[in-house]
Design a protein around this ligand. Structure first.
Ligand code: ZN
Ligand code: FE
Ligand code: FE
Length: 306
């Protein structure tokens, strides 16, 4: 059976000397037709000016390769925490960072940016949700772009918010400007949060009932090192974790998600990106046992438990 084209790629780097041109080249080297990038370092908000990032060169190459720019994903730096209102200056800094990242995303021609909902730092989920919604309202009223924000579903470690569809829905509902709000579904995170990814149809039904499938903007396709409900957030290579290849293949090829980019954020193996192999297998459906070079101990464990 011939596979229809799905939008599948991975996280890629953006670094000297080629910056965005290098990001595009990296994605193409994996056989990807979409990708996700940070407009600087993931863990801080230090950012080089856009003029230095070879954006035009990158966009030109994208065009030549026939890649649809509307499927590209930017990820906001993950130190942002707009759900913590206890330190107003940091909360405001988070707002400013989100605004500036949305503007940077727009300069790349990107149409969506993934944002971690953040942590309520002990104040309770309800307060975290209110703080974030308030922050998002300021952001969406001031940034002046059309870039959509994809709130990522989180694993539930520490005091994270956004760990259930209900919480995500509450964030959206509390916002005045909700048109540009959407969701990024991460398979590792939802497993760790307690959702059974092997019953993906059911998950999408739940998502549709609670949030609405039209808000689903992108999927992070990751296996997980931990069993369901572990609240850990440790990504694993495809087929090596508790989810396994068949489940993740189904996610990638689900007919309700045809137009949605799927992005791998699986770990490097001996400092080498696994994405070319993982993309190939997830596209074709042909899984190569022990492709990583070792036994899939966690997946075997998961199968024994099931
Ligand atoms: Zn993320
Ligand atoms: Fe993710
Ligand atoms: Fe994660």
């Amino acid at each position: 059976m011939a596979n229809k084209e799905i939008y599948l790629g991975s996280h890629v780097s953006l670094s000297a000397p080629d910056f965005y041109l290098g990001s595009v080249k990296e994605a193409l080297s994996y056989g990807a037709n979409t990708f996700m990038f940070y407009t600087g370092a993931p863990q801080n908000t230090y950012r080089l000016p856009l003029e230095r990032l070879k954006i035009e060169e990158g966009r030109k190459l994208l065009k030549e390769a026939g890649i649809d720019e509307t499927k590209l994903v930017v990820h906001a730096p993950y130190i942002i925490n707009a759900a913590n209102y206890t330190k107003p200056d940091l909360w405001e800094l988070s707002i400013n960072t989100i605004v500036s990242e949305l503007r940077r995303s727009a300069a790349f021609g990107a149409t969506m940016m993934v944002l971690h909902p953040g942590s309520h730092v002990g104040m309770g989920a309800e307060n975290g949700i209110l703080a974030l919604a308030k922050a998002l309202d300021v952001v969406l009223a001031t940034d002046g772009t059309n870039v959509r924000i994809a709130l990522e579903t989180m694993a539930g470690k520490g005091h994270e918010i956004g760990i259930t569809f209900e919480q995500i829905k509450m964030i959206i509902d509390k916002c005045q400007h909700k048109d540009r709000l959407g969701v990024c579904l991460d398979t590792c995170h939802i497993n760790d949060a307690g959702y059974d990814v092997s019953d993906f149809d059911h998950i999408l039904d739940e998502f549709d009932r609670i949030i609405g499938l039209d808000r689903l903007l992108c999927v992070h396709v990751n296996d997980t090192k931990n069993p369901i409900g572990a609240h850990k957030d440790r990504h694993e290579n495809i087929g090596y974790g508790y989810l396994g290849f068949d489940t993740l293949y189904k996610v990638c090829h689900h007919p309700k998600l045809d137009n949605i980019p799927k992005i791998l954020e699986t770990p490097y193996i001996n400092e080498k990106a696994p994405y070319k192999q993982e993309i190939e297998m997830l596209r074709s459906g042909e899984y190569k046992s022990n492709w990583r070079g070792d036994e899939p101990i966690l997946q075997t464990e998961a199968k024994l438990k099931a």
